[in-house]
Ligand binder design. Structure first.
Ligand SMILES: Cc1cc2nc3c(=O)[nH]c(=O)nc-3n(C[C@H](O)[C@H](O)[C@H](O)COP(=O)(O)O)c2cc1C
Length: 276
């Protein structure tokens, strides 16, 4: 029985959904295995390591922030995900989601990280998902068409892995897959936006603090440690009492609008034999 690991960093759920679609297809198909989810967003889990079982398959999924993998995700993959020692490297299917602007170096960076962590990148995808700050960009995506494409991609990767047509897959990101991006990666630094808390509707439930991936919010939800906040939008996604200053959103909208026009298509990278 193959085990499929979903290893996700997904503050607002799009990268999680992508991983679930891929892992679901791997499990539904001939591999018939069990699924295990490793959520790298859970606060307070910083020291928890996951030893990946030999003979399994991993799906790594994370969002693109400023054309990069969020630094928190990168650190947690390297620190907490332990590939089995041995000659045969575990195959990894990797994906980044991005909000219809651009993914720039994020997929290449994720490929490099996953290989550094001891896996081999078997297939990769850059997937469009609703922009979680300026929601009108890629609103409603992934949609039905995206989901079909993602499943078809996972099915091809599964077929390739099952057939043991490993020649292409073993080469990994460096030689097997034409993943776009540059090294050194572009420079981007996370910054914490101001977050408005509507005190007339906040019930002080503390959920925002509990769910914050970097433990940046005080227990009562009223204060944000700007040194820790990575601006991931999770607290806004789970609570209607929290919002961004309208001027921040409109400024970003104006800045990225030219690059966000039109429907961007998902990109899939498979060893050439699997693309036929
Ligand atoms: C801090 C931050 C930076 C972002 N940078 C980009 C970007 O460079 N390009 C882009 O197209 N979308 C960008 N987005 C949008 C997210 O990549 C997109 O909504 C993603 O699907 C969110 O994933 P999640 O739901 O798994 O958290 C950014 C979002 C945030 C919060």
């Amino acid at each position: 029985m193959k085990k499929v690991y979903e290893i996700i960093f997904s503050p607002t759920g799009h990268s999680k959904k992508a991983a679930e679609l891929i892992a679901g297809e791997l499990i539904a198909g001939e591999l018939r295995g069990q699924k295990k989810t490793v959520d790298l967003c859970l606060p307070g889990d910083e020291e928890r390591e996951t030893a990946i079982e030999a003979g399994s398959i991993c799906v790594f999924s994370a969002p693109c922030y400023g054309g990069r993998v969020p630094q928190t995700a990168a650190e947690r993959i390297l620190k907490r995900i332990k590939a089995p020692q041995g000659k045969e490297k575990i195959p990894a299917i990797i994906c980044v989601t991005y909000g219809n602007r651009a993914f720039e170096d994020a997929l290449l960076e994720l490929a490099d990280l996953v290989e550094k962590a001891g896996f081999r990148v078997a297939a990769a995808a850059a997937l469009v998902a609703e922009h979680n700050i300026v929601h009108e960009f890629a609103a409603g995506r992934p949609d039905e068409k995206d989901e079909q494409q993602i499943r078809a991609f996972a099915a091809k990767a599964r077929q390739f892995l099952n057939e043991g047509a490993e020649s292409g897959l073993k080469k990994g990101a460096e030689s097997g897959l034409a993943i776009p991006g540059n090294r050194p990666y572009k420079t981007w630094k996370a910054s914490a936006p101001d977050i408005i808390v509507d005190k007339s509707t906040c019930v002080y439930c503390g959920m925002c603090a509990l769910k914050c991936p970097t433990a940046a919010i005080s227990k009562d939800g009223q204060r944000v440690d700007r040194g820790k906040c990575i601006g991931c939008m999770r607290c806004l996604a789970i609570c209607r009492s929290r919002s961004l200053p309208p001027a921040y959103v409109s400024g970003l909208r104006e800045k990225i609008a030219p690059a966000c026009q039109g429907r961007k298509e998902n990109l899939f990278f498979l060893p050439s034999d699997a693309c036929k």
